[in-house]
Design a protein around this ligand. Structure first.
Ligand code: PAF
Length: 277
């Protein structure tokens, strides 16, 4: 790997050097604590013959006041070792002051798409995410940027901001990577207790079951009610949402084409997932 760059100027210098060699560039934005899901995004860039730069930045503006910013895992050396082994070309690891210098006053707000699902449960989250992703795209100016489908709403918000702000980059959505038991990989899974880890795959199992029945023409309302009951019986805490929505507009849906979205708590860990209907 070329190495770690920490300033926007160094990042731009590196990308300019790659461009002079005629290479294309992919950006993989992350908050670190990397797992196989992130590495699949790196691979998506490498398999297209691009130089891959992975940003590692725990973005404070996308965490609410009562959220897990302080507890979010930070393990830069281990992340960089994983990226080197995966064949990534560079890691961009800016400090908070590099991304948000004193006086930083601009936010990117994507209306509509951010009112529901995680936007309703986490006010301000998408504005912080959209702001940092816009900055990263403009700092790096890649040909492509890779995002996981696990954060489906995030992917739609990023697609919209790129279109609305005329940012010349292709946004590539990559399939969710799962444990063998179906649990979607997440940096937060490491915080699950053994009992909660054992219960966690139920979420995806129930979602796939509901999705299959809705695709076969069954009305979603009683199915979603029963799934909520099964989650509570298995020890899940509050379910922030379990909803069927249109895959792109995110408007509530009653039938296919749709996507089933869930966010549910197990102890102090909030799991999210989505499946196609
Ligand atoms: O999905 C994430 O890890 C973050 O929301 C992102 C896209 C890196 C922005 O901070």
């Amino acid at each position: 790997m070329t190495g770690i760059v920490r300033s926007i100027a160094e990042l731009r210098g590196l990308v300019a050097a790659w461009r002079r060699e005629g290479a294309g560039v992919a950006l993989v934005p992350t908050m670190g604590a990397l797992h196989a899901g992130h590495l699949s995004l790196v691979e998506a860039g490498l398999s297209r013959g691009l130089r891959v730069v992975v940003s590692i930045f725990v973005n404070p503006t996308q965490f609410g006041p009562n959220e897990d910013l302080a507890k979010y895992p930070r393990q830069e050396a281990a992340d960089v070792a994983l990226l080197s082994a995966a064949g990534a070309h560079a890691a961009f690891c800016p400090a908070v002051g590099e991304m948000y210098p004193a006086g930083h006053a601009t936010r990117v707000d994507v209306k509509g798409l951010t009112d529901c699902l995680c936007g309703a449960a986490r006010p301000g989250h998408f504005s912080g995410m959209a702001t940092v992703v816009t900055k990263l795209l403009l700092q790096c100016l890649p040909d492509m940027a890779m995002f996981g489908e696990k954060d489906w709403q995030q992917l739609q918000v990023v697609r919209r901001l790129v279109r609305d702000l005329d940012i010349p980059v292709a946004i590539v959505g990559c399939p969710t990577v799962r444990e063998a038991d179906g649990l979607a990989l997440s940096s937060r899974n490491a915080r699950l207790s053994p009992a909660h880890r054992a219960a966690a795959p139920l979420l995806n199992r129930l979602m796939r079951d509901v999705a299959a029945k809705v695709a076969a023409g069954v009305s979603p309302t009683p199915l979603l009610e029963a799934a909520r009951g099964a989650l509570a019986a298995a020890g899940f805490g509050p379910v922030d949402y379990l909803e069927l929505r249109h895959p792109e507009t995110l408007a509530l849906a009653e039938a296919a084409p749709a996507r089933l979205f869930a966010a549910a708590w197990l102890g102090d860990v909030r799991l999210i997932d989505n499946v196609a209907v």
